[in-house]
Design a protein around this ligand. Structure first.
Ligand SMILES: NC(=O)c1ccc[n+]([C@@H]2O[C@H](COP(=O)([O-])OP(=O)(O)OC[C@H]3O[C@@H](n4cnc5c(N)ncnc54)[C@H](O)[C@@H]3O)[C@@H](O)[C@H]2O)c1
Length: 346
């Protein structure tokens, strides 16, 4: 067997362990050689728990010593741009956790750097890798739904402010539920729709619960340091006149307690993303055209797989630098519309 490709992780937190380590360990062509974390104890314990030979607190030292071929960037959002550019400039292929970055300008630099270095840059927008999303993408592209003129995307939690990491700190994350979970359903919706051109964005955001309560189903947080929105509602208008509505929250008094889904309303048929379901009617009779029993829960695995296959030179669709830039621009426009309380035209 040819020499194994070396993999390093930047950021030894929960997503690195649950998703990235788990996937890389399943590939015989790869060898996980090092983890970098700015906190020594975290790096050390992460390496020990996961059988990784070496740990570092300084990423530059890691690159000099290990010379990895692939890198996963799993640090807080604020660090994504710096860590991705560093990895690309060291000649590595990169899988970066979502969101791509904090600003469109950073996401643009990351995209350009991957083009210039000719290295793979993939973002872990894993929901679009579910078979459900691919199937609906096919239905929209073939015209099965007709003109999809309303899309409703929801990433809602009733009582789910993250109690770990820096998810309530705007300076580290760039925002709250929109940039953390809403972005997933925004990406999945845009993927199914085929990335149509957005013309105008309107949005409202609220901070009503995170600054008052201090614990919930995802742990405890400090309300005096809660600096992100806890709920946000946006409408994106495409150049065609169709709209995409996005609702997202860490905390919002809703029923049921959480939703991660998208609904596509076409003039011939409608569809729900998870599990994929296509429906219409005929003379008043309600018809199901297609229904999966269960949503594909291997989507994270498939997102990682697409990245690795692309690195190995095999054909695979990834969430690439350009699409990461487009999604980051939309997130930015949504925050601008909400902050300035006016329509943002793209
Ligand atoms: N795709 C998904 O569904 C998904 C799920 C969870 C998290 N994420 C993303 O992954 C990223 C990390 O989230 P998490 O939940 O694992 O957070 P976490 O807090 O568990 O882990 C982050 C780790 O990065 C380390 N770190 C911070 N600054 C660093 C630096 N400068 N250099 C090296 N290490 C540094 C921290 O010490 C910590 O161990 C975030 O961007 C988040 O949005 C994506």
């Amino acid at each position: 067997m040819s020499k194994k490709l070396k993999v390093a992780l930047i950021g030894g937190g929960q997503v690195a362990e649950k998703v990235h380590v788990a996937y890389y360990a399943s590939r015989p062509e790869l060898e996980l050689v090092a983890v970098v974390d700015s906190q020594t104890e975290r790096a050390k314990e992460f390496a020990e728990r996961n059988g990784i030979a070496r740990y570092y607190t300084d990423s530059e030292a890691m690159y000099q010593a290990e010379k990895p071929d692939l890198v996963s960037v799993c640090t807080p959002n604020k660090m994504h741009c710096e860590h991705v550019l560093q990895a690309l400039h060291h000649g590595c292929h990169v899988m970066c956790e979502k969101p791509p970055a904090m600003t469109p300008d950073q996401a643009y630099q990351m995209w350009q750097a991957s083009t210039q270095t000719q290295k793979v840059l993939a973002y872990d927008f894993h929901h679009r890798f579910a078979d459900d999303a691919r199937l609906l993408r096919g239905s929209v592209a073939s015209g099965e739904l007709g003109e999809v003129y309303v899309t409703n995307a929801k990433a809602l939690r009733r009582c789910g402010v993250p109690g770990w990491g820096v998810f309530t700190d705007k300076t580290q994350q760039g925002g709250g539920p929109l940039i953390d979970i809403g972005i997933h359903m925004l990406d999945a919706a845009m993927f199914v729709l085929g990335f149509p051109q957005v013309y105008k964005v309107d949005a409202h955001m609220y901070q009503k619960i995170g600054t008052v309560k201090n614990n919930g189903q995802f742990g405890q947080w400090d309300p005096s340091r809660f600096t992100v929105e806890d709920a946000l509602f946006a409408t994106l208008e495409f150049t065609s006149g169709s709209i995409l509505r996005l609702e997202t929250s860490f905390a919002l008094n809703i029923q049921p307690q959480s939703v991660m889904n998208v609904e596509f309303c076409g003039d011939r048929a409608g569809a729900t993303l998870f599990p994929a379901h296509i429906y219409t009617d005929d003379g008043g009779q309600l018809l199901t055209l297609y229904q999966r029993e269960k949503a594909d829960d291997l989507r994270h695995h498939k997102s990682m797989e697409a990245f690795v296959e692309r690195v190995l030179g095999n054909p695979a669709n990834i969430a690439d630098g350009e699409q990461g830039y487009i999604i980051q621009k939309l997130v930015d426009a949504i925050y601008q519309a909400a902050e300035q309380r006016k329509s943002i035209y793209l």
